[in-house]
Ligand binder design. Structure first.
Ligand SMILES: Nc1nc2c(ncn2[C@@H]2O[C@H](COP(=O)(O)OP(=O)(O)OP(=O)(O)O)[C@@H](O)[C@H]2O)c(=O)[nH]1
Ligand SMILES: [Mg+2]
Length: 309
């Protein structure tokens, strides 16, 4: 009974792979955690709610596993059409996942949006892990109380306590996921860390700078698209982006006094894009008023969202 044919080569038998979706209320730290686990910035982060608008996949390899993290928009009670598209997209991202990580901001606890998410998770069949994030901000006693309260509501397989910001607890999570995912070949080339095209990541980076710079409702009324991407013979790249806003008064705010605001946004964005590309970047930002962009199907297509009718 020797020399039986192997059904798989040792390499393929050893590899694991799968999709791990992160769900949670806005601002729970999903994008920060994806960036921390991938080890590079693939998804933009701000202190404001509703930063992530569409699905962003960040890819990590750990031990013999390729873990595809699916960053989703925060889940909340939608009001506008764009909100509905974001929330539908978030739940959709969970549908195809092998494992779901449910993020709770440990400082906020189970309130409002987080409570509603836990309620709806009862109907989700995939294995679910509870991730208490921002543990750098709370006392251990509070974490234990939160763990038991959440586990009473939902049948979590495991609970992890992490700080996406400092990286605390993140290696344990990666170790666990790398073993927990099913056997199978990798989905992406070994060195790929994101599935977002560079044009889109560049638009996201500008949107991040806009969020960081502007206040109140303005960020939510704006949208950024990369319109031109031209590689120059001298090795530099010329990028043109349009910032869409809804009203003329908003355009004035984005431009700022003598164009100061847009210049600062452009400079911060250009520096970050250049750092990623390792290339000299000439970035040109234009502001356009498009009153009803929040109801324009074409804008949704650009963002990778379905248009809710
Ligand atoms: N102190 C602390 N802050 C954190 C941690 N993780 C994330 N944050 C902060 O929380 C804020 C929101 O982080 P994001 O990663 O954008 O949150 P998100 O869940 O992706 O938010 P949406 O995309 O709006 O749904 C940012 O200011 C982060 O720096 C953490 O572990 N500790
Ligand atoms: Mg996010």
């Amino acid at each position: 009974m020797t020399d039986a044919p192997e059904t798989a080569t040792p390499e393929t038998a050893a590899t694991r792979s799968g999709f791990v979706a992160l769900l949670g209320a806005p601002n729970a730290g999903k994008s920060t955690l994806v960036n921390q686990l991938v080890g590079a910035k693939v998804s933009i982060v701000t202190h404001k709610v509703q930063t992530t608008r569409a699905i962003v996949r960040g890819i990590a390899t750990h031990d013999n596993a390729q873990i595809v993290f699916v960053d989703t928009p925060g889940i909340f009670k939608p009001k506008r059409r764009l909100d509905t598209a974001m929330v539908t997209t978030a739940w959709g991202g969970a549908k195809d996942a092998d494992i779901i990580l449910v993020l709770i901001d440990a400082e906020r606890g189970i309130r409002g949006d987080a409570a509603a998410i836990l309620e709806r998770l009862k109907d989700v069949r995939q294995p679910k892990m509870l991730i208490l994030n921002k543990v750098d901000r709370v006392k251990p006693e509070a974490l234990l109380a939160l763990t038991s309260a959440a586990n009473e509501l939902v049948d979590f397989e495991r609970t992890f306590m992490v700080s996406a910001l400092t990286g605390s607890g993140c290696k344990d999570l990666l170790d666990f996921l790398a073993k927990r995912l099913p056997l199978g070949p990798w989905y992406y080339p070994e060195d790929q860390i994101s599935d977002l095209p560079m044009r889109q990541l560049a638009a996201e980076i500008t949107r991040e700078k806009l969020y960081l710079r502007l206040h109140q409702e303005l960020p939510y009324s704006s949208h950024v698209e990369t319109e031109k991407w031209e590689e120059k013979p001298d090795g530099s790249v010329r990028i043109e982006q349009v910032i869409y806003v809804e009203r003329d008064s908003q355009k004035k705010i984005v431009l700022g006094h003598k164009g100061e605001t847009i210049r600062a946004i452009g400079q911060a964005s250009r520096m970050e894009i250049a750092g990623i590309l390792e290339q000299k970047v000439h970035l040109f930002l234009f502001v356009k008023v498009r009153e009803n962009w929040g109801n324009d199907p074409e804008r949704y297509r650009e963002m990778g969202l379905d248009f809710p009718h």
